[in-house]
Design a protein around this ligand. Structure first.
Ligand code: C2E
Ligand code: MG
Ligand code: MG
Length: 419
């Protein structure tokens, strides 16, 4: 569609409609859920919905504005003679309002997620394709960010560099550059009883890349799922070669909780590596579970029915209500590091940690404190009845061979006896 559309934009830029001064804009509007709508509402109904939307936009925008159906799920707008970016922003909010009013089913709003990308001249009058590419790049950014994007000259390069990074990560996954590191989890007397797999990217010629630098990108570019299945299997494989039966915790992103695939992956891993299910814990963040509660909670229950454990990671940072929290099918709660770090100096943090311990225990959950960095914090947590601890005081995340020699050698069974 885009080569033809480029020609239309060229013709429009050269036509009498746009000679009247000011700046000219191109806007692309797409409906990412179009395919699902087709399946759920019917193809003809969905087409009619979009074509009615187009008619409404044509009648409500200015007379000189042009609306083109660029694709089944994409509308293009050509808006001449705008008075700068503020004027374009007004036009975008008008488009958004008309969409909200018109995209309805039996009078009720469909609450669709729309992607709106826009670009503004100056470009020469024969550069329709440039304007189109900039609007297109802005629309792609809008899909990633979840809000309308106006290209200020960077959208093209940012989409291009995002794509480069995507290719690089996809190749890195193929080449085995991602590697799970392992951090010990200890019980209340300091014995290592488990490990959390924490992913690292070993890029040749670079320092070790940390998850904060690549997990958000993987979440945006769709590689998060293959990466998740990889960590799960790779860490299960390693854990099952250890001479002591430690538990294994694996982080699972919200995106992995939107389909049944995770059930198959877990079942597959348990069978391949002959792992007793109770040794595997999946860590899901509080905010991940809040996404789409009912379906996610049902999926978590089915995972637990396999015999594995569910842990709520980063607890306290996700703003979930107690009412919601009560319904989460979980076995373990991890108190976020931010409360543990200052609990000896801040009375408020101390009270929060104690309340979380009490709440979790009352609900039958075991509690892990994250970010334990000193002996004093460890012994205070133990005196408050915390079940397990994790943090630099007991051990940093290590490559598997280092983890083995530090924590699995027979002499190292108790790292901090009596901590
Ligand atoms: P998380 O799951 O809450 O993991 C704990 C993080 O705290 C890890 O950072 C760990 O190195 C760090 N940490 C542990 N003890 C201490 C301590 O005593 N002090 C301090 N300052 N930090 C401590 P890391 O490895 O950089 O991972 C950051 C986050 O990235 C993880 O938080 C998790 O949300 C995500 N992540 C890591 N690996 C994976 C993965 O395989 N899949 C997914 N989806 N997310 C992952
Ligand atoms: Mg975790
Ligand atoms: Mg955490």
């Amino acid at each position: 569609m885009h080569s033809e559309l480029g020609g239309q934009v060229d013709a429009w830029l050269q036509s009498s409609a746009v000679v009247s001064g000011g700046q000219h804009a191109m806007v692309l509007l797409s409906i990412p859920q179009y395919e699902q709508m087709g399946l759920a509402l019917g193809y003809a109904e969905t087409e009619a919905l979009v074509s009615n939307l187009r008619l409404a936009l044509e009648s409500e925008l200015r007379r000189q504005d042009l609306v083109i159906q660029a694709n089944t799920d994409t509308l293009a707008f050509l808006l001449p003679a705008l008075n700068g970016i503020g004027h374009l922003e007004l036009a975008l909010s008008k488009v958004q309002r008309i969409c909200d009013e018109r995209l309805r089913l039996e009078g009720r709003p469909l609450q669709l997620r729309l992607c709106l990308g826009a670009a503004l001249t100056p470009v020469a009058h024969d550069e329709g394709t440039v304007l189109l590419r900039r609007a297109h790049a802005a629309m792609i950014r809008s899909r990633q960010l979840g809000e309308p994007v106006i290209d200020q000259g960077h959208a093209l390069s940012s989409v291009a560099s995002g794509w480069q990074r995507h290719l690089m990560m996809a190749q890195a996954l193929e080449a085995g550059e991602f590697e799970p590191y392992f951090q010990p989890k200890v019980d209340s007397v300091g014995r290592v009883i488990g490990a959390e797999a924490l992913l690292r990217w070993n890029r040749p010629g670079h320092d070790l890349t940390m998850p904060d630098d690549f997990i958000p990108q993987a979440e945006a570019n769709g590689l998060i799922l293959p990466l998740t299945w990889y960590v799960l299997k790779a860490s299960m494989a390693r854990c099952m070669t250890w001479q002591r039966p430690l538990t294994l915790s694996v982080n699972v992103p919200a995106a992995a909780l939107t389909s049944d695939k995770i059930l198959l992956e877990v079942q597959d891993g348990l069978a391949i590596f002959d792992m007793p299910p109770e040794r595997l814990t999946l860590e899901v963040t509080e905010s991940g579970i809040m996404h789409d509660s009912k379906a996610v909670l049902a999926l978590l229950s089915r995972l637990r029915a396999l015999g594995i454990r569910i842990s709520i990671d980063d607890f306290g940072t996700g703003y979930s209500s107690f009412a919601h929290f009560r319904d989460i099918p979980a076995d373990e709660l991890k108190i976020d590091r931010c409360f543990v770090t200052n609990m000896l100096t801040s009375e408020v943090d101390a009270q929060i940690v104690k309340s979380m311990l009490e709440l979790a225990h009352n609900l039958g959950l075991s509690v892990v404190a994250e970010g334990v960095e000193t002996a004093a914090v460890a012994s205070r947590l133990t005196s408050w009845g915390c079940d397990q601890m994790q943090g630099f005081y007991f051990g940093r995340p290590l490559a598997e061979s280092d983890f083995r020699s530090q924590f699995l050698a027979p002499a190292q069974v108790a790292v901090r006896q009596g901590a």
